[in-house]
Design a binder for this molecule. Sequence first.
Ligand code: NDP
Length: 295
Amino acid sequence: MPFEIIDGSKMAAEIRKEIKAEVEDMKARTGKVPGLTTILVGTRPESQTYVRNKKRACKDVGIASFSYDLPEDISQKKLLKIIKESNRNPDVHGILVQLPLPAHIDEAAVQSAISVEKDVDGIHPMNIGNLVMRGRKPLFIPCTPKACLEILDRLKVKIEGRRAVVVGRSNIVGIPVAMLLLHRNATLTLCHSYTQYLPAKTIDGDILIAAAGKPGLIRGDWIKHGAVVIDVGINSVEDPTSEKGYRLVGDVVFEEAQYRASAMTPVPVGVGPMTIAMLLRNTMDSANRFLSGKK
Ligand code: NDP
């Protein structure tokens, strides 16, 4: 059976090109460009890398970035004040707080403090609520779930009437991606750490989304022949042969999956670059909404 490695980097480059043209057009018409505030608390190396990549992507397409690198011990009050200032700043159309936050900060309070109209990560309860309910439209869809659907759509994968299996039920990935697939009329199975006989569930999926954060959890023979597999997991595993001493792997054993799936995203260059592209898309759409007065 033919097998396609889904090129997330190439897809993301196409989207960045589209957005760059839109930014240039906006600048020519209005003299303004979209703006994104990124807030990083602490010095976790992965978070620093993610934020650096997001800022670089903004720069590439002409989106202005306003960044805050805050100390690990910043108080919740000070963090909320920065968010409120960004909520008021007319040059800012999107606010991203890199997760996870230190334990002394209430993540839910931070998520709720971001203006619904600037919540480009789609984590405000109002946006999530509207995403979950039928017939409602959130202002923003969280970037990784949006990336998964964008990949399926760009590959012209039929969703309606097909079986979709999602492994993982986090607020930021598993639940929203499951809801998006359900709203597109897939028959949905949502698995989590209490699911029994997981392979018997995953084998049913015409579309399989793995978002458990467990390296190599899903083996080749857990996958339906011909399934499209989106591996969201990014896991660091020890690798003495690599220069850094580690390498990044997904939740699915790629070497086995290629003999069962018809197409699959590799890790880290599958969903990762598409997630950043969706952040740019959300920021662009937000700026358009603000500048057209439709917010
Ligand atoms: P969380 O840790 O918040 O959620 C993991 C989910 O997986 C939970 O719902 C958990 O179940 C479930 N789970 C864990 N172990 C198993 C198991 N053995 N069997 C079935 N389900 C299991 O992670 P996130 O959703 O934030 O992220 C998931 C992965 O995606 C991570 O590797 C993360 O790094 C990656 N990621 C990648 C992004 C990208 O751009 N490519 C962006 C965001 C995340 P329960 O609810 O019962 O605990």
